[in-house]
Design a protein around this ligand. Structure first.
Ligand code: ATP
Ligand code: MG
Length: 401
C-alpha cells in the first residue's frame, strides 16, 4: 500500500522525493498499524539536519529548523508540517539530558525509543522494520520497554509515566512484569521531573480508555501516591469512570478528588500544583466549590438563578459527580435535570451603569450599590425581568415616597 495515500498527507510523496531513505517512525507507525487515526506524521532520515534541510528546500518545501541540536527540521508542505529527525544514537544520558550523535543505523535509532510499539518504522514502499517485536506486542496489548526496564527508567524517569500513558491506551491483559517491577523500584525518580512534563503526561493518561485498570496499576506500583498524593480511594471509582467522557481528562481528574478534598488538599490545589493553564485551574477550582448546587427540586427560576452564578458545564459536571458517587451512575432524574438546564438560555443581567444614570443616579459608589440591589431583585424574580421591568422597579425604588 503506497504510504503517500495516508489521508490528508499527500505531502509525504514530496518528502520521499527529497529524502528517499526517510521512514515514518514512532507513534504514527504504531497508530497506522492498529488502524487508529494518525495526527502527526514523524519521519526520520539518515541525513544530517543541514543536508536534510537543503534537500527539502531543493524540492520547494519551506523548512523550519525547529530543533537542529536534536536533529529535527520541520518541512511545511501544503500548509502541513512534517517533522523530520536525523537518526540518533545515545552517547550518554544522566537521567535529564541525553547526549546524542547522528547515525545511519536504523536499529540504533530504534533502540533509544521507549517501547517496542514505538520503535517501528515504515519506508515508502510500506515495508515495516520492527527490531524488537513491536507488532506482536501491539496486537497483544503489551507495553514493553526496549531493552532493560530499569536502565531505561534510570536514563529517563518520564518513561514511567509514558508506560502508563500507553498502557491506558493500548494495554490489554496482564501488564509487563519487568516494567512494573522496575517502576515500583524507581518510582521516586519521578519526583525529580519538571511539573509541566508530569502534568502533560498525566492528562494523557487520564484520557486513556483503560483508565481504571491503569490507575490500579499506578496504585500497585506506588506511582499514584507519588504523583497525586491526596487522591480519593480507587475502590469506588469503577462505575464512575465507566460513564465519564475520556476526552475530558480534567473531568476524570475531578473524579479522583471528592468535592472538599482529602486532608484539605483538593482539586483546586492540584490544579495549582500541576501548573495547569488558567482555564484548567479555574475549572478545577469551580468544581471544588460546593456552591451553588444544582438539584432536581429546583424549578426553572431556581435553575436560572444557579445558571447565572455558575458556568453550565461546571454545574452539570459537579452534579454528575455527586450523583455518580452516590448512585454509581447518574439516574434518569439527573438526565431530566440536564435536559432542563440545557434548554435554558444563559441569563444576563439587563441593566448597566448608563441605565442608572438615565434614572438620575450619580456616578460613584451609589451607582454600584443600586446596581447590586437591582440585580438582587432580578435574581429573586428568577432572572426573568427584562431591562424595562428592571428600570421600572428601580425607578420605583428611587422615587421619593
Ligand atoms: P502520541 O500519539 O501520544 O503523540 P507518540 O508515540 O507520538 O504518541 P510522542 O511523545 O509524540 O509519542 O513521541 C514520539 C516518539 O518518540 C515515540 O513514539 C518514541 O518512539 C519516542 N520517544 C518520545 N519520548 C521518549 C522518551 N522519553 N524516551 C524514549 N523514546 C521517546
Ligand atoms: Mg506524537
Amino acid at each position: 500500500e503506497a504510504l503517500s495515500d495516508v489521508p490528508g498527507h499527500a505531502g509525504l510523496g514530496r518528502i520521499w522525493q527529497a529524502l528517499p531513505q526517510a521512514r515514518l517512525v514512532g507513534g504514527c507507525v504504531r497508530d497506522l498499524l492498529c488502524g487508529r487515526e494518525v495526527h502527526d506524521l514523524d519521519l526520520a532520515s539518515p541525513f544530517p539536519p543541514e543536508e536534510a534541510q537543503q534537500r527539502l528546500e531543493r524540492i520547494g518545501a519551506r523548512v523550519i529548523p525547529t530543533g537542529l541540536e536534536h536533529g529535527t527540521v520541520t518541512a511545511v508542505i501544503d500548509h502541513h508540517p512534517y517533522e523530520i529527525t536525523t537518526l540518533r544514537r545515545d552517547v550518554s544520558t544522566d537521567g535529564r539530558h541525553a547526549v546524542v550523535a547522528w547515525t545511519d543505523d536504523w536499529q540504533e535509532d530504534a533502540q533509544r525509543r521507549d517501547f517496542t510499539i514505538n520503535a517501528m518504522s515504515l519506508d515508502q514502499e510500506g515495508r515495516l522494520s520492527d527490531y524488537f517485536g513491536g507488532l506482536d506486542d501491539l496486537r497483544a496489548g503489551r507495553v514493553r520497554f526496549v531493552g532493560h526496564a530499569v536502565r531505561r527508567i534510570e536514563e529517563d524517569a518520564l518513561r514511567c509515566l509514558r508506560f502508563f500513558r500507553f498502557f491506558a491506551r493500548y494495554g490489554r491483559g496482564e501488564p509487563d512484569g519487568e516494567a512494573c517491577q522496575a517502576i515500583t523500584r524507581l518510582k521516586d525518580l519521578m519526583t525529580r521531573l519538571s511539573v509541566e512534563r508530569v502534568a502533560m503526561e498525566l492528562l494523557k493518561i487520564l484520557s486513556g480508555p483503560q483508565l481504571l485498570r491503569t490507575l490500579e496499576l499506578m496504585e500497585e506500583t506506588g506511582s499514584l501516591a507519588v504523583l497525586l498524593p491526596h487522591h480519593a480511594p480507587l475502590s469506588d471509582l469503577g462505575r464512575l469512570l465507566a460513564c465519564d467522557d475520556p476526552s475530558e481528562p480534567l473531568h476524570r481528574l475531578a473524579v479522583l478528588y471528592p468535592p472538599g478534598g482529602v486532608d484539605g488538599q483538593g482539586l483546586a490545589e492540584v490544579g495549582v500544583h500541576l501548573k495547569l493553564s488558567n482555564e484548567g485551574r479555574a475549572m478545577l477550582a469551580a468544581l471544588a466549590k460546593p456552591e451553588p448546587e444544582l438539584a432536581a427540586t429546583l424549578d426553572d427560576d431556581g435553575l436560572r438563578r444557579v445558571l447565572f452564578q455558575q458556568d453550565r458545564s461546571i454545574l452539570l459536571l459537579r452534579s454528575w459527580l455527586v450523583q455518580a458517587k452516590e448512585l454509581g451512575r447518574p439516574d434518569a432524574g439527573w438526565d431530566e435535570l440536564r435536559q432542563r438546564l440545557e434548554a435554558l438560555e444563559q441569563p444576563i443581567f439587563p441593566l448597566a451603569g448608563r441605565d442608572l444614570i438615565a434614572l438620575g443616579v450619580k456616578p460613584g459608589p451609589d451607582m454600584g450599590q443600586w446596581l447590586k440591589r437591582a440585580q438582587h431583585w432580578w435574581l429573586e424574580q428568577g432572572c426573568r425581568p427584562d431591562a424595562g421591568a428592571c428600570r421600572a422597579w428601580l425607578a420605583g425604588q428611587l422615587s421619593p415616597r
